[in-house]
Design a protein. Structure first.
Length: 170
């Protein structure tokens, strides 16, 4: 390695005149700080500013992910609701309809397959139907598997035909 360096120095540096060597040394002294600035400091400074600007967004995303992990853990350890058979489901829907003053609107309430009931509401307010369905889902884990909604001539009134289930149906 030393021999190569000596050969390189002899061929490219020692062969130049003193004036040329002085000019090259001065140019190197002048260009080295510029090269260091443009090749090292300026890109690092620019990247630092970009990182500083994106850091709050990344922290917010990390906090949101932590909250989602906590929610997923909570849901994973939450007890599963009991799956009701068709008869118990029918009683639960009937009791809920009575609590929401919708018992008179229920024209049919039939047990279908295990864990499902078929209901028909002849005339009900659409807002009242949505409120009742939300409460069924939140309180008793009864969800609508299929729903057919038909508008009636009275404003806001609809005819509903739906299949309600609790849990998984085979």
């Amino acid at each position: 390695m030393k021999a190569r360096w000596k050969e390189f120095k002899k061929r490219h540096w020692d062969s130049r005149s003193a004036r040329e060597r002085q000019t090259l040394a001065f140019s190197a002294l002048l260009l080295t700080p510029l090269a260091v600035y443009w090749l090292l400091w300026q890109p690092a400074h620019s990247a630092s500013e970009k990182l500083r600007a994106s850091l709050p967004v990344l922290r917010a995303q990390a906090e949101q992910m932590r909250a989602q992990v906590a929610e997923a853990d909570m849901l994973r350890h939450r007890p599963r609701p009991a799956v009701l058979d068709a008869g118990a489901l029918k009683l639960a829907v009937e009791a809920s309809a009575a609590r929401h003053q919708m018992r008179d609107a229920l024209s049919t309430l039939d047990a279908q397959q295990p864990g499902a009931v078929r209901i028909t509401l002849a005339s009900v307010s659409f807002g009242q139907w949505l409120s009742w369905l939300r409460d069924l889902q939140q309180e008793q884990h009864i969800r609508a598997e299929s729903v057919a909604v038909a508008a009636l001539p009275q404003t806001g009134m609809v005819r509903i035909s739906a299949t309600l289930t609790n849990g998984e149906t085979p």
